[in-house]
Ligand binder design. Structure first.
Ligand SMILES: [Fe+2]
Length: 133
């Protein structure tokens, strides 16, 4: 299994799309590591990277929304905050239990499912708003 960013995920804002591509690349690296039996080592690396990068990425989107006067800013920010909270739980679990198979699957699930849905619905809505301004 591989996960690749593709054009159907394009929001239309170069910076946002670039950051999404980076996120997909990193997650794909973890999946590849899992296939090679190195998931445990890679999980902590991915969690550390995502913990920092997701915050940078959300801040980028939030400042773009603010600057453009996007009407659903609060709602969108709440979705970001909820993801960060859920992600922190996984991070804590990884510290306490180490990279179990269950945790690797849960991390992949959370990140991939959430990202796909979030980009295709809420982020694309921002893209359309920006395009019509
Ligand atoms: Fe977003």
């Amino acid at each position: 299994m591989a996960i690749k960013w593709n054009e159907s995920l394009a929001v239309g804002h170069p910076e946002i799309d670039k950051q999404h591509q980076e996120l997909y690349q990193r997650i794909d690296n973890l999946l590849e590591a899992c296939n090679n039996g190195k998931g445990k080592e890679k999980l902590s690396e991915l969690i550390d990277f995502l913990g920092e990068y997701v915050i940078i990425h959300f801040k980028t989107e939030e400042s773009i929304m603010k600057q453009s006067g996007y009407p659903k800013y609060q709602e969108h920010k709440l979705a970001h905050d909820n993801f960060i909270a859920r992600f922190k739980e996984l991070k804590q679990q990884n510290i306490e239990e180490g990279g179990t198979v269950t945790l690797i699957i849960a991390t992949n699930h959370l990140v991939i499912d959430w990202l796909n849905k979030h980009i295709l619905s809420v982020d694309k809505e921002v893209g359309r708003f920006l395009a019509n301004k």
